[in-house]
Design a protein around this ligand. Structure first.
Ligand SMILES: Cc1cc2nc3c(=O)[nH]c(=O)nc-3n(C[C@H](O)[C@H](O)[C@H](O)COP(=O)(O)OP(=O)(O)OC[C@H]3O[C@@H](n4cnc5c(N)ncnc54)[C@H](O)[C@@H]3O)c2cc1C
Length: 402
């Protein structure tokens, strides 16, 4: 029995016999118009043949595969927000990128939801002209710098990075933590508290400004391809034009966080498709007691649990996409789907890991990469607990935050 290694299937051909969408038992993708469905199939093919097979070693080495960026751009992933695509297509595209690699889906999601869309909706004309063309082609990369070392869940109220207005421009001082893409970005969207009126404002800070320093956070157990950074801002002077006009208060930023929470909901669904791929391949290839694992009833229960969780997540996200199209989407919806799909992903990842037996704990198998990446989805974009509190407040009218 050959060992399963990332990018290879233990049972070549087994998955090919199952037509795409091979894991979407509720046929959510069939709700797409034919042209978008074809586009999704092409994207799926590209991601499964050119991305998923090559990313494992990058994950091991905690390196970012920069050579994939032009290819992602070719497939329109640098400008999903501009594509005129339906919400359902965008969501299923995020799920398919996640199925290939969670870190790259983090980059694509942050890029579209928290950088491109933020600048497009809240930026000045000059900011849009300067940054959007390069961003759309992935020739430029921005990052979203909100979290701080001493303020994670309580960032909205606790944010300590300061912004002081001077005649020459704004002077920013403080520290940011966990910032995805922070080590290689061209600019960061930095949130800082205006020393004059205490409101939180957003600024474009180019990474080559004096006083801007980014240090890679090493030894992460998951999302190892994404480079997360500790950023230090030491009296960084940016011109007045770098204040993002629509980010003059935290309310507008919160709108962006609502959208990005929905994107993580799609990640929660997408990672379960990957978990199903790995678990099913293994069960169809590995033999014990003279039979394939797939022949055992308890193994089938684990596979049924994973595909059930994945399908529930996809169906929930499809309904959310419909609410978004209808303009009836609010923060409690985003919080609920984010908390739920990532909770289900955790259960699916545990089942998948167990199904691979001892091999499930080897980092050389894709399943352990997925198991570890799931933990990040559970925690970032508002932890499971914080999102549950948002839902709890919405359904009881009682805030239990403090
Ligand atoms: C890999 C990774 C990538 C990230 N990328 C980015 C990024 O690109 N940009 C960015 O700005 N941020 C980013 N983040 C930050 C992320 O959003 C925060 O980690 C998250 O908001 C939690 O903050 P914290 O880690 O400080 O945990 P804490 O806020 O310290 O929470 C610790 C624990 O306490 C719980 N807790 C806190 N308050 C309450 C409460 N009131 N009731 C019940 N439980 C509570 C939490 O749920 C959690 O379990 C990233 C984080 C990670 C790990």
């Amino acid at each position: 029995m050959p060992p399963v290694v990332r990018g290879e299937t233990i049972n070549p051909g087994a998955r090919e016999q199952i037509p795409f969408p091979d894991a979407d038992l509720l046929h959510v993708a069939e709700r797409l118009q034919p042209a978008e469905r074809e586009r999704l199939e092409n994207l799926h093919h590209f991601l499964q043949t050119e991305v998923r097979p090559v990313v494992g070693p990058f994950w091991d080495r905690e390196e970012f595969p920069f050579e994939l960026l032009p290819k992602l751009a070719e497939h329109g992933l640098g400008e999903l927000e501009f594509s005129g695509a339906s919400r359902l297509f965008k969501g299923l595209a995020y799920a398919e990128v996640t199925r290939a690699d969670v870190s790259l889906s983090a980059l694509v999601g942050i890029h579209n939801e928290l950088v491109l869309d933020l600048l497009n909706q809240l930026g000045s004309e000059e900011q849009k002209q300067t940054w959007l063309p390069g961003l759309r082609r992935f020739e430029k990369v921005g990052c979203f710098a909100l979290t701080e070392p001493d303020h994670g869940s309580d960032i909205a109220g606790g944010l300590a990075t300061s912004a002081r207005r001077t005649d020459e421009g704004w002077v920013l001082t403080g520290r940011k933590r966990w910032i995805g893409g922070g080590t290689f970005c061209d600019f960061a969207i930095v949130f800082a508290r205006d020393a004059a009126d205490s409101s939180v404002k957003g600024f474009i800070v180019e990474s080559d400004r004096e006083g801007f320093q980014a240090a890679k956070i090493e030894n992460k157990m998951g999302l190892r391809i994404m480079q997360n950074a500790d950023i230090t801002l030491d009296e960084v002077l940016v011109p007045h034009e770098n204040l993002i006009p629509g980010c003059a208060s935290f309310a507008a930023t919160n709108e962006m966080l609502r959208n990005s929470r929905a994107w993580v909901g799609w990640q929660g669904a997408g990672i379960q498709l990957a978990i199903l791929d790995c678990a099913r391949d293994y069960a169809l290839g590995r033999e014990q007691f003279g039979k394939k694992l797939a022949k055992f009833q308890l193994v089938q229960e684990q596979l049924a649990r994973i595909v059930g969780n994945a399908s529930a997540s996809l169906a929930m996200m499809a309904q959310l996409a419909w609410l978004q199209e209808e303009g009836r989407f609010d923060m409690p919806h985003a919080a609920m789907v984010k908390a739920t799909t990532t909770r289900l992903a955790r259960e699916s990842a545990a089942a998948g890991r167990g199904l691979l037996g001892g091999n499930g704990i080897l980092t050389s198998h894709e399943m352990s990469k997925l198991f570890n990446d799931t933990e990040i989805l559970f925690t970032y974009e508002g932890t499971y607990e914080i999102n549950s509190l948002i839902v709890g407040r919405a359904i009881t009218g009682v805030s239990a935050f403090v």
